[in-house]
Design a binder for this molecule. Structure first.
Ligand code: ME8
Length: 665
């Protein structure tokens, strides 16, 4: 019999407090904000699946010059403006199936009280002092930049020349905590991850740290929290904003504060590394609190290899993507496409391809084929496994399933979401092949194979249960629909990965429901890719040149460029000659959907020899008409000429049997 194990028995449950940045209310949410918030939501759902007590917080950052200026431009008060944009963020998250436990706003009276109390505390400890300062002030960053940070005299993020500002202000003695911080980062290798950002911070800290200006005179800015010890100044927006992570759990003595502070993990992108990795830990230290546990730093989303920006007009709005593809596809795409820590590029082609290839073909087909066969051959009741008919290959599949759960767990824990999903999709591929190899439709024809048929069907039902379980943090709605169709909605809703994340937990006798297609295939003609705002042409070109690797250089193409060509395995199901075209054959192929191709191979192949052959096609070639027939792709073949100049052509095939439609990469 198949050895069963509790693969995750040693896995500890914990308490988790995880936060996103609080977003500025000077712009509407875009896919960058959506990415950070979706991964934080996915992680919090994953930790809940592991049995943790989880608190997930997001919110909006509403004070400061940027907001005051944006409100003035709109002709309304900063408060009205902040209310409007903060609401837009709050309303976006449910569209993406993001469910925070707390949404914080820095204009909340409780937050203002906490900021003032902490400022007073740090001031009384003599870690805040008053001084005159002259420096290079970047309005975009809302902070003074050091000479070292400037590139050609400009802020590297905003590409503007900072203003020379000289004024009296309050300063936080950040420099006093420099040695402590270096030591803390060095002795806690996981404090800042991935490692490249930890190294970046340590490199920055290898130079003397300056004190931090934490006030703005009211003569220049009034939209901020007044300093408790000097009413002529308001608090610098970063000193105010970072404290949200404490306010949201009830500092100083709320029950949640005791429970969650010691396990705080922050998720940010690389743009705000310095405030989170340097200002914040030193501020916490000056406040006499233990440091946060971890900082997870991800890269930036570009769009079509170009920096995303309002002025270029290529900003992608999550709401539009959800309208087009649905929340599950958007979540899956963002998690699968970006390798955490590195930059990634969004394109409508890429999300379209992932939807059709990974979700409609791989997962969707597996799910619908399995349910259809369970309905046809077992009356939609999970059959009893026939022990005598379990094969060595079945045992290997069980091993692979349990290994996948281990890998998934480890990768999710390490914020390697793309790798976790890769592991799951390898299993999906394996299960699709399991169906082809075992051909339940053939087993059903032979009464002597009734036991084997039950075993194969049980394997499919149980594997789908496992997939619904591990996909729940990533695609809550689709996974819920899978669980409902499998009749295990209640079983999975309360499930903990350590108990349910292994093979064989599907009860025989479970009644299955029929469900609609999980991910209907999108048709290129009807799919309306979320249209980015119209780019200003020249600016787009400039930004593209700056951000994108050139597609072709010295005859070499980039990996991304190659990735645009969709190669697939196609099974030839019919082939015929075309009248008056002695070089052409009309092929009908499955890849996995049926399509027609016109191929110039008639001189080399007879139609009857081609049926059943699996070839490789370019699946995303623009359709072309040949002899009145529309060819939807191209078959790949190798060509050579013999010594007499005669051409020989050999179709490219695959080395072993593999499902029609499989992607070639
Ligand atoms: O910085 N790719 O707010 P913000 C990936 N209020 N992520 C992106 C992105 C992109 N192209 N653009 C933005 C602030 N983000 C402060 C934070 S926290 C105490 C205060 C995401 O509205 C990413 O998470 O500019 C980034 O760190 C954050 O939005 C910046 O949001």
């Amino acid at each position: 019999m198949i050895p069963q194990r509790n693969a995750l028995a040693s896995y500890l449950t914990m308490t988790t407090y995880i936060t996103t940045p609080i977003y500025y209310v000077n712009a509407l949410p875009h896919i960058g904000h959506a990415y950070t918030t979706i991964i934080t939501d996915t992680y919090s759902r994953f930790r809940r699946l592991c049995g943790d007590d989880v608190r997930f917080q997001t919110g909006t950052d509403e004070h400061g010059e940027k907001i005051a200026q944006a409100a003035e431009k709109e002709g309304c008060s900063p408060r009205e403006y902040a209310d409007r944009i903060s609401n837009a963020f709050r309303e976006t998250w449910p569209l993406l199936d993001v469910a925070p436990d707390h949404f914080i706003r820095t204009t909340n009276p409780e937050h203002i009280k906490v900021v003032q109390a902490l400022l007073q505390q740090v001031y009384e400890r003599d870690d805040i002092y008053f001084a005159e300062y002259s420096g290079q002030y970047c309005k975009g960053c809302e902070r003074f930049l050091t000479d070292k940070e400037l590139i050609d005299g400009k802020c590297p993020d905003h590409l503007t020349v900072p203003d020379e500002v000289s004024e009296q202000n309050y300063f936080f003695r950040m420099s006093k905590y420099q040695d402590w911080l270096i030591n803390h980062i060095k002795s806690n290798p996981d404090y800042i991850t991935p490692e490249r950002y930890r190294n970046e911070v340590l490199s920055f800290l290898s130079e003397p740290l300056e004190d931090l200006c934490i006030s703005r005179p009211c003569s220049r800015l009034t939209w901020g929290i007044p300093l408790p010890f000097d009413e002529n100044f308001v608090t610098y927006v970063w000193f105010d904003a970072l404290i949200n992570y404490l306010t949201g759990i009830g500092w100083p003595d709320g029950e949640n504060f005791d429970k969650y502070w010691a396990v705080a993990e922050h998720v940010i992108a690389k743009d705000i590394l310095k405030p989170h990795a340097i200002y914040w830990p030193t501020m916490i230290q000056a406040m006499g609190l233990p440091p946060y546990k971890k900082l997870h730093v991800h890269g930036y989303w570009n769009v079509d290899e170009t920096k995303m920006s309002k002025s270029i007009g290529n900003v992608i709005r999550p709401g539009e993507l959800v309208d087009e593809y649905g929340a599950d596809t958007v979540r899956y795409f963002l998690l699968r496409e970006m390798s955490f820590g590195r930059d990634a590029s969004f394109s409508t082609q890429a999300i379209f391809d992932r939807r059709n290839a990974d979700l409609a073909n791989d997962l969707g087909n597996l799910f619908s084929r399995s349910l259809t066969m369970l309905a046809k051959y077992a009356d939609s009741i999970v059959p009893e496994l026939d022990k005598a008919s379990v094969t060595e290959d079945d045992r290997l599949l069980v091993d692979a399933l349990e290994k996948m759960v281990d890998e998934y767990r480890q990768c999710m824990d390490n914020f390697e979401f793309h790798r976790a999903l890769q592991a799951v999709w390898e299993i999906i591929g394996m299960l699709n092949r399991f169906i082809v190899t075992n051909a339940p439709w053939e087993l059903a024809k032979d009464a002597a194979q009734a036991g084997r048929l039950r075993t194969v069907l049980y394997f499919l039902a149980d594997s789908l249960r496992l997939l619904a379980l591990v996909l729940r943090p990533v695609m809550p709605t689709a996974a819920g629909r899978m669980a409902a169709a499998l009749g295990v909605e209640e079983q999975l809703a309360k499930a903990v990965l350590a108990d349910e994340g292994c093979w064989g937990k599907m009860q025989s006798g479970t009644v299955l429901n029929t469900g609609e297609a999980l991910f209907p295939r999108l048709d290129k003609k009807t799919a309306q890719p979320a249209a980015p705002e119209k780019p200003a042409k020249a600016e787009k070109k400039k930004a593209k040149e700056a951000a994108a690797p050139t597609e072709e250089q010295d005859g070499l193409i980039s990996f991304d460029y190659f990735g645009k060509v969709e190669l697939r395995v196609a099974e030839i199901v019919a082939a015929e000659k075309i009248a008056k075209a002695d070089k052409l054959l009309k092929l009908t192929v499955k890849a996995p959907e049926e399509r027609t191709l016109v191929a110039g191979i008639a001189k080399h192949y007879r139609p009857e020899d081609l049926v059943g052959l699996k070839v490789i096609i370019v699946a995303n070639l623009k359709p072309a008409k040949l002899m009145g027939i529309t060819s939807q792709g191209m078959v790949l073949a190798a060509k050579e000429k013999d010594a007499d100049g005669n051409e020989r052509l050999v179709l490219s095939t695959v080395a072993a049997d593999i499902a029609a439609g499989s992607r070639v990469a």
